[in-house]
Design a protein around this ligand. Structure first.
Ligand SMILES: NC(=O)c1ccc[n+]([C@@H]2O[C@H](COP(=O)([O-])OP(=O)(O)OC[C@H]3O[C@@H](n4cnc5c(N)ncnc54)[C@H](O)[C@@H]3O)[C@@H](O)[C@H]2O)c1
Length: 387
């Protein structure tokens, strides 16, 4: 294969965004040859274009022979079913985040990929290509920060209005989405948290369902996380708070990193704080520190960088920046923090995926929420990326 023929399914906010840079030929050795959406008007802008087929039914696109790879940008539950079908039909798959609506589905999707290991299976976790997080990961991996002892992330600048929730029948419902702010907005930060620090060993969630909006799922959360080495953390988020905060604070025995307001500040301890504590003569002595601002520039085209990596992986075997299977961690965290809340207990990880699936099915069956749907005004969706 010399170049990749790509199909996109789901032409809503993010699907349309992907088709934009694909049609501008921003991805080398890749051509958008097909699109699919179950909502007929979404296909209209793509009709009549040379070398581009439109499909009302995704199965038809998968079986058409027109594509080598598929980007799945539908509501979450369909990521699993369409992903499995596409893999079984020989396609390479790039799935939007979350890779599945819940952990048991993620396990099913990953199990199917294991049967077709020659096909590339990637996830759209674009924060992984941001230089600021890459630099922080490098600092952690090089032991420059010492042992991690505390992680705090307040990410409450995900403000969303009632109009946002009314913009899609699937949004913020147990049946259509399987969760709220954790599974949708915070999925990127949850991926980052485990990419940087690994998965916690136990968690306790305190999620508030429909606190700020007329929805049945969580839109406000305060959670406690604990890692096997004793590191502790809290993760706080909301779609109802304005002005919100985005502050990430990571403490290691060799210093502290704070990411806030477009800056990375590293306060570096001259000595490991534990060793210092054990050897210092004075009771009030402290390690000397250096204050370092770590420069970085964030590219604006994060999604297309990951898409290029997907294509390069198909054509050249380039390692994936975000393998699909890595998407398990963020789904598990989103699920377990809700499960912990609803069962009122601390949960050890890995969580029991079947228990959460059962609970979720119960929530779906018992749902009495009346979902209101109304089209929103045309907006620049890319504004939702900047934080
Ligand atoms: N990586 C990112 O930055 C990012 C940003 C936004 C959304 N997302 C993810 O992308 C997915 C879609 O989100 P969105 O905001 O674009 O949603 P959306 O509601 O705007 O779009 C979903 C589209 O899927 C279509 N669809 C539904 N069922 C279908 C089916 N059976 N076959 C074909 N098409 C179908 C709908 O008609 C709609 O056009 C979600 O999983 C979301 O988490 C990722």
């Amino acid at each position: 294969m010399k170049h990749v023929r790509l199909g996109v399914v789901g032409l809503g906010n993010i699907g349309k965004f992907h088709t934009g840079y694909l049609l501008e030929n921003k991805i080398s050795r890749c051509q958008l040859t097909a699109v699919s959406d179950a909502f007929a008007p979404s296909l209209e802008p793509f009709k009549g274009r040379a070398n581009l087929k439109t499909f009302a039914n995704c199965d038809d696109m998968i079986r058409s022979g027109e594509i080598d790879a598929i980007v799945i940008a539908t509501p979450h539950y369909l990521h699993t079913t369409i992903g499995m079908e596409a893999l079984q039909r020989g396609l390479h798959v790039m799935v939007e985040k979350p890779i599945s609506a819940h952990k048991a589905d993620a396990e099913r999707l990953i199990a199917v990929h294991k049967q077709y290991p020659k096909q590339v299976f990637a996830g759209m976790f674009q924060m992984r290509v941001e230089p600021r997080w890459q630099k922080i990961r490098k600092i952690i991996q090089s032991q420059e920060l010492g042992q991690i002892v505390r992680i705090n992330w307040i990410i409450t600048d995900w403000f969303r209005t009632e109009a946002y929730y009314a913009s899609g029948g699937w949004r913020a419902t147990w049946k259509g989405e399987g969760g709220g702010v954790l599974l949708n907005q915070c999925l990127h930060q949850l991926d980052m948290l485990q990419w940087l620090c690994g998965m916690p060993a136990r968690v306790r969630g305190f999620c508030q369902l429909g606190r700020f909006h007329n929805i049945e799922v969580e839109d406000s959360i305060t959670t406690y996380l604990e890692w096997a080495n004793g590191a502790t953390g809290s993760f706080v988020s909301s779609t109802g708070e304005s002005p919100g905060t985005n502050r990430f604070e990571l403490v290691g025995t060799r210093g502290k990193i704070v990411v806030e307001g477009g800056k990375i500040l590293f306060t570096r301890n001259d000595a490991d704080m534990i060793e210092f504590s054990q050897t210092a003569k004075g009771g009030f002595a402290k390690p000397e520190v250096w204050n370092i601002e770590i420069p970085y520039e964030n590219p604006t085209n994060l999604h297309s960088i990951l898409m290029q990596n997907f294509v390069d992986s198909i054509l050249d075997g380039t390692p994936l920046i975000a393998p699909g299977a890595d998407g398990m961690g963020s789904v598990e965290l989103a699920n377990v923090l809700l499960y912990s809340t609803l069962t009122n207990q601390t949960i050890e990880l890995p969580m029991d995926s079947a228990a959460w699936e059962k609970k979720l099915n119960q929530l779906i069956a018992e749902s009495r929420h009346e979902k209101k749907v109304a089209p929103t005004t045309v907006e620049d969706f890319t504004k939702s990326f900047s934080r």
